[in-house]
Design a protein around this ligand. Structure first.
Ligand code: NAD
Length: 501
């Protein structure tokens, strides 16, 4: 029958002004997961009023950092307490495998715990060397930016929500969060958690809705001080343009086409497994997926033979089954998009060595599956090497030497993730430093931690999430100059414009 979710505005759950609702669909069974109130522009305005009032007049930005920290810790604890139900809901709503969903919920709680610690810290600094001792003190103070609008995608629903909620709250802001229309369920459970945690009214507002109305209004409304967006580069461009009318601060976490470079001295077995993890984790629906695999001539044949053999063993299935390696894509639309790219790859002259179709097994036909697919003979200028497919499709490109690998890797409008596989640390670091991308793993992939800044070079984004750097994206920086001289004749402006007494 499905659950029901309402909007969460000013500490209360309510229907939308228009009474409109939408359904979310289980990508494996196509059953309805939930009926959800659909936030329209009026509801966005209500949420903005609540968040504005909570910021301008409420206790949240004014309470002590330790008090705020305690609230955020409570949210983390409550996520942990509800692990089982949140995991099950994430599997149903997003098609995530249960193995991935367990990780996601654990990491969501850990992320909020991290921000509870940052919330308690004072980042005020002395600006050294600006004034001589005894003349003045100069402070750098970080203050909340105000009302934050957060717009997030569907691939890691709860994780994406806390990646925004954590730093926004830790820095003393109020927030309006719009989850993806495809996966709003765990974000609405987060609303219930915030309510139970006693977060003051209006500090957290969560409004499921669509991009075309609720999202656009959040991006353009001048009463919002900061826009924190995660999604595709195409929509990132739109929201940045909409935000520009009021010069809203923006952080954008967008798409990628990350290059995975295997050097000729790599541990081949390790790198084969790593390359599979890099692209096929969550059926390739990861912003920093290793979707381009760059291989040298010397190990090419052996690598491809092992990669193909192991990829054929990936087990597609019911995402709630622990044995399933890869689940369905999020929607029929996404499945069609991926299949269109596969057709395009063939037209462009690349060759499929495994996959390329939807699976035929009876138990998989209702799910939005695409087989794990590998293209070889890919030209880096082709669409399947330049455009983000966001599905289980790997483009393999041959390179001649390390310089050539770096050139190909950087020949992209994106710059989000990347990897280098080698037994020689110095050589790998040397390649890494030449890659124009926000994160590079050496002999690893997908390791994103709330302690390390994450974000994109080039059209993969603007700004960083995580770490102290990420927290500061949710603050305004104020310089406070405190005079310590107190004597008119010693002021540098004495004898300038102010007339002598
Ligand atoms: P999307 O851009 O279609 O949608 C993202 C969000 O924007 C959704 O909430 C959607 O409702 C909203 N939206 C859509 N149109 C809008 C508009 N005109 N104005 C305001 N909001 C609008 O992305 P998606 O398909 O949900 O997610 C996949 C994309 O997200 C991929 O490109 C992926 O790389 C990216 N992503 C990036 C990161 C990162 O950290 N860099 C993380 C996860 C996903």
């Amino acid at each position: 029958m499905g659950r029901e979710y309402q909007l969460f505005i000013d500490g209360k759950f309510c229907g939308s002004k228009s009474q409109e609702t939408f359904d979310t669909i289980n990508p494996f069974s196509q059953e309805i997961v939930a009926h959800v109130a659909r936030a329209g522009v009026d509801d966005v305005h209500n949420a903005i009023r609540a968040a504005r009032n909570a910021f301008d007049n409420g206790p949240w930005p004014r309470m002590s950092p330790t008090e705020r920290s305690a609230f955020i810790k409570t949210i983390s604890d409550k996520i942990n307490e509800r692990t089982k139900s949140l995991v099950a809901l994430e599997v149903e709503d997003s098609g995530s495998t249960i193995r991935k969903a367990k990780e996601d919920i654990f990491l969501s709680a850990r992320c909020m715990n991290y921000y509870s610690k940052l919330a308690a810290q004072d980042f005020t600094e002395n600006i050294e060397g600006l004034s001589k001792p005894g003349f003045a003190q100069n402070l750098l103070v970080h203050e909340p930016v105000g009302v934050v609008a957060a717009i997030i995608p569907w691939n890691f629903p709860l994780k994406m929500a806390v990646w925004k909620l954590g730093p926004a709250l830790a820095a003393g802001n109020t927030i309006i969060l719009k989850p993806s229309e495809l996966t709003p369920c765990t974000a609405m459970e987060l609303a219930a958690i915030c309510s139970e945690a006693g977060i003051p009214n209006g500090v957290v507002n969560i409004i499921p809705g669509f991009g075309e109305d609720a999202g656009e209004e959040l991006a353009k409304n001048p009463l919002i001080d900061k826009l924190a967006f995660t999604g595709s580069t195409a929509v990132g461009r739109k929201v940045m343009a909409a935000a520009s009318a009021s010069l809203k601060k923006c952080t954008l976490e967008c798409g990628g086409k990350s290059a995975n470079i295997v050097l000729d001295d790599a541990d081949i077995d390790l790198a084969v497994d790593g390359a599979m993890y890099a692209i096929f984790y969550h059926a390739g629906q990861c912003c920093e997926a290793g979707s381009r695999l760059l291989l040298p001539e010397k190990i090419y044949d052996e690598f491809i033979e092992k990669l193909t053999r192991r990829t054929k063993n990936i087990r597609l299935g019911d995402p709630s089954d622990e044995r399933t390696d890869m689940g369905p894509l999020i929607s029929h639309k996404q499945q069609e998009r991926v299949l269109r790219y596969i057709a395009k790859g063939k037209e462009e002259g690349a060759k499929i060595i495994t996959g390329g179709n939807t699976p035929t097994a009876a138990e998989l036909t209702r799910g939005f599956f695409v087989e794990p697919t590998i293209f070889v003979n890919v030209d880096n200028a082709s669409a399947i090497a330049q455009e983000e497919i966001f599905g289980p499709v790997l483009s393999v490109i041959k390179y001649s030497n390390d310089d050539d690998a770096v050139r190909i890797a950087n020949d992209s409008m994106y710059g989000l993730g990347g990897g280098v596989w080698s037994r020689d640390k110095e050589r790998a670091i040397n390649v890494t430093r030449r890659l124009r991308t926000g994160t590079v793993w050496i002999n690893e992939w997908h390791l994103i931690s709330e302690k390390a800044p994450f974000g994109g070079y080039k059209q993969s984004g603007v700004g960083r999430e995580f770490g102290v750097e990420g927290l500061k994206e949710y603050t305004e920086t104020k310089h406070v100059h405190i005079d310590e001289i107190g004597i008119r004749e010693k002021k540098f402006w004495y004898d300038t414009v102010v007339p002598k007494r």
